[in-house]
Design a protein around this ligand. Structure first.
Ligand code: TGC
Ligand code: FAD
Length: 426
């Protein structure tokens, strides 16, 4: 059923997926209030985007959701998930060519929303592969690098990781210590040394996009480190275990000790932080839409629970005003956040989005998702503590989404700088 790739959906004029999508959304009368989509954001989507959203939602609900509880309990990430995503065209979906679907930014956002409705960790694995590594190679790589990596990465057969954060430099990656210098014995090679930490996918990655300072210039450059070509002792990627959030994803370190990397694996032109930050623009956008999926799942589950659970004279919790307010606040924030992300996605495709706009939707939507999910969790009372109700998992995950790719307060400072013209980082 899921063998239909997104690119088929995107390019076929009369695909059955599109008809299915249009039919199912058409069942909601135009004037009815739909609590699942209170401000009718679907009206802003093209038929193609609706069909892509439907394909992604169906895969996620039918194939990913049944696996997530056990994966989270075991802190186990199955790399086959990336292959499955590749089969339906979810990886590098915004890239045109190289075996990728070439869909709009908003359509890509619909896929992160569908995946994160199940689990932020699964969306994380996809974001790193798609936006941070494939996106980086597509934007800054040589033609040879694109041909070599992108088609296999699009299929999920070659897995990527993105190494920016270091143990002593998280919010301030400009101060990184990882260094690249000409290799002492191997002509045509750089030697990379340094440590990256909290790196999604690093223990399973075949290709690690590592940002390090070129010793001769002091400038940050991007290097594609291929695990298969690293001699023993020069690269290790230990997992960071016992996380209390994002347990369905895999996270680790990247430790490089004079690791030889061919000059042909360095991005040729991009220098400085605009390299990694350009990749982050796409990933941060994907998170802004993704966390709306996680929040919507919390709303759906809390609403069902409130209708079924009875307290005081046999009344369902849903009858009480305090419960209704929690649901109304959350649904409002999810609806506003989704509309804002669609707007920024449209501007991005028109070349009119600024990094500050992306900071705004990343920060606002992550904060709103975390705040509301924590409040909705209260509706479940003691049962919220059981993982079978799923809400506790979303809350723990959403803390991480608010922290990575620029912690929310850092995005406040990015916005504050743009508003006042005054730098407040240091
Ligand atoms: P600053 O002076 O602001 O900028 C330095 C250079 O970078 C350019 N730039 C951007 N270019 C494109 N897009 C953006 N969003 C950009 N932001 C900055 C800027 O124009 C400048 O270029 P140039 O040519 O003048 O050199 O640099 P700063 O050092 O003052 O930066 C401060 C700050 C706080 C904005 C920045 O360091 C920051 O954003 N920190 C947050 C760190 C972060 O986001 N880390 C993410 C790590 S990756 C990750 O978390 C992946 S999780 C994946 C998952 O599992 O889903
Ligand atoms: P710090 O920078 O130490 O910040 C701690 C706190 O201080 C934050 O609240 C911050 O807002 C605040 N703070 C810092 N500076 C200031 C200031 N100037 N003014 C006011 N407040 C300030 N990184 C990657 O490169 N690749 C990945 O794939 C990746 N995946 C991740 C996966 C997980 C599960 C996690 C948890 C993290 C991941 N990260 C990844 C790292 C992530 O991007 C960093 O954790 C994040 O950027 C914050 O850095 P830090 O943890 O060092 O916090």
């Amino acid at each position: 059923m899921f063998r239909h790739a997104l690119r088929t959906v995107a390019r076929s004029n009369a695909s059955s997926w599109r008809q299915v999508a249009v039919r199912s959304y058409a069942t909601v009368p135009k004037t009815a209030f739909d609590w699942r989509d209170p401000l009718a954001s679907k009206n802003l989507l093209t038929e193609e985007e609706l069909a892509i959203a439907e394909t992604a939602e169906r895969y996620c609900q039918e194939r990913m959701l049944p696996r997530v509880l056990q994966a989270y309990r075991d802190e186990h990430y199955d790399p086959k998930i990336l292959q499955e995503m590749g089969e339906i065209g979810l990886l590098g979906a915004n890239i045109d060519g190289y075996g990728c679907a070439g869909v709009s930014t908003v359509a890509g956002g619909m896929t992160t929303r569908a995946v994160e409705r199940v689990d932020s960790g699964y969306r994380s694995g996809m974001s790193v592969q798609s936006s941070l590594v494939m996106g980086g190679i597509h934007e800054f790589g040589t033609e040879e690098q694109k041909e070599r990596f992108l088609p296999e990465m699009a299929k999920g057969r070659l897995l990527g990781a993105f190494g920016l954060t270091e143990p002593n430099h998280g919010s301030d990656p400009g101060s990184m210590e990882s260094v690249a210098k000409p290799h002492a014995t191997k002509k045509g090679y750089y030697s990379l040394s340094g440590t990256k930490t909290w790196i999604t996918n690093s223990p399973i990655a075949d290709v690690l996009l590592v940002w390090a300072k070129l010793q001769e210039t002091g400038q940050i450059r991007g290097f594609l480190v291929e695990r298969k070509d690293c001699p023993p002792g020069t690269l290790s990627t230990p997992a960071i275990k016992d996380k209390n959030g994002l347990r369905a994803s895999i996270t680790g370190m990247i430790q490089m000790d004079e690791c030889p990397v061919p000059e042909a694996n360095m991005f040729p032109d991009v220098e400085g932080l605009k390299g990694p930050f350009s990749c982050l623009n796409s990933a941060r956008y994907g998170i802004s839409m993704g966390v709306m999926g996680a929040l919507e799942d919390c709303i759906d589950r809390a609403r069902t629970y409130a209708l079924e659970r009875k307290q005081f004279k046999g009344n369902p919790l849903a009858k009480y005003q305090l419960i209704q307010k929690k649901l109304a606040d959350a649904a409002t924030d999810a609806a506003y956040g989704t509309l804002a992300s669609i707007q920024v996605g449209r501007l991005k495709d028109e070349g009119k989005a600024t990094p500050e706009m992306i900071s705004m939707v990343k920060r606002q939507n992550c904060d709103a998702a975390l705040r509301n999910s924590r409040i909705l969790q209260e509706i479940f009372g003691g049962n919220a503590v059981s993982d079978e109700y799923h809400i506790g998992r979303h809350v723990a995950n959403l803390y991480v989404t608010q922290t990575y790719e620029g912690q929310s307060d850092i995005h406040s400072l990015i916005l504050g700088r743009a508003i006042t013209g005054v730098q407040a980082f240091c």
